[in-house]
Each structure stands twice: as C-alpha cells, then as structure tokens.
Design a binder for this molecule. Structure first.
Ligand code: ZN
Length: 147
C-alpha cells in the first residue's frame, strides 16, 4: 500500500468521520493495522474515539488503609501527665459513664438526718431533675413572684 496524498486525505476524512479503523481499512483496501499505524504517524490519534479505555486503574486498595482506624477506645488510660502535644489533637476518650447522684442537701446540716438527695443526677448537672429545676430557677421568675 502506497500512501499517496489522496489515500492520506481519504484516511483523514474517514478518520474524521469517526469510522472504525477496520472500516477505513476496508475502504482503502488495507489492513486495520495499517490504518492505525498510518493514523498514528499522521498524528490523528486524537480523534474522538468512543472506545472507553478500561484499564486496570483500580489496582490500589485504599479500603484496607481506611479500615485501619486507631483503636482509641481501648487505649484509654489516665496517663494525662504523660500526654504528648500530639495527643492534644484528639480529646481523650470520654470516661466511662459514671452515675452522679444528686447533691441537693436535705435536712439540717449538722443534724444526724442530714443527707443528700442521692437521686440520679442529670447529665452534666449536680442535681437530679427535680432539684435541678429548683436550683436553676430563673431570677426573673423569683422577682415576679416577689412583686
Ligand atoms: Zn435531687
């Protein structure tokens, strides 16, 4: 096969049409490989080819690394003094749920029957629900009552 200018023009035309290389070869009377090779030499390879090049790009295994999460829960120790600056990035794991009892005083301090409420306190509050309500009455309400 001699690549005359006419043949090259036809190749370019077919190529631009997006014809399959095999079809171009059939029309030019040459092999598909000859078409591909010539097209490559003519730098025609940038045609909008609909052929998706499915290559083994997914060779990496990122999931394995992602799954390896730091098991912080098991490394909870009260070694705060030895905390390195780097550990400040992550707060220490929360302490085990401690049941805090209500510290609302009941009775007369100094008398034998004086004791604390001892009901289960609200989370982050020193009193149980009932006593927290009494402890945190808004001042405004008190003023209104007094008025
Ligand atoms: Zn209480």
């Amino acid at each position: 096969m001699e690549w005359t200018e006419e043949a090259i023009d036809r190749l370019r035309a077919f190529w631009d049409e997006g014809l399959p290389t095999a079809e171009i070869g059939r029309r030019l009377g040459i092999s598909k490989n000859a078409v591909v090779g010539k097209a490559h030499r003519l730098d025609l390879s940038a045609r909008p080819s609909p052929i998706p090049t499915v290559e083994g790009r997914q060779s990496g295994q990122p999931s394995r690394a992602e799954r390896r999460r730091p098991a912080r829960a098991s490394a909870t120790s009260p070694a705060r003094a030895a905390a390195s600056p780097g550990s400040l990035l992550l707060p220490a794991a929360p302490p085990p749920q401690r049941v805090i009892t209500c510290s609302w005083p009941l009775g007369d301090p100094g008398k034998p029957d004086f004791h604390f409420c001892d009901a289960t306190a609200l989370p982050s509050k020193p009193y149980c629900a009932a006593h927290a309500e009494r402890a945190y009455v808004r001042v405004r309400d008190k003023r209104e009552e007094a008025a």
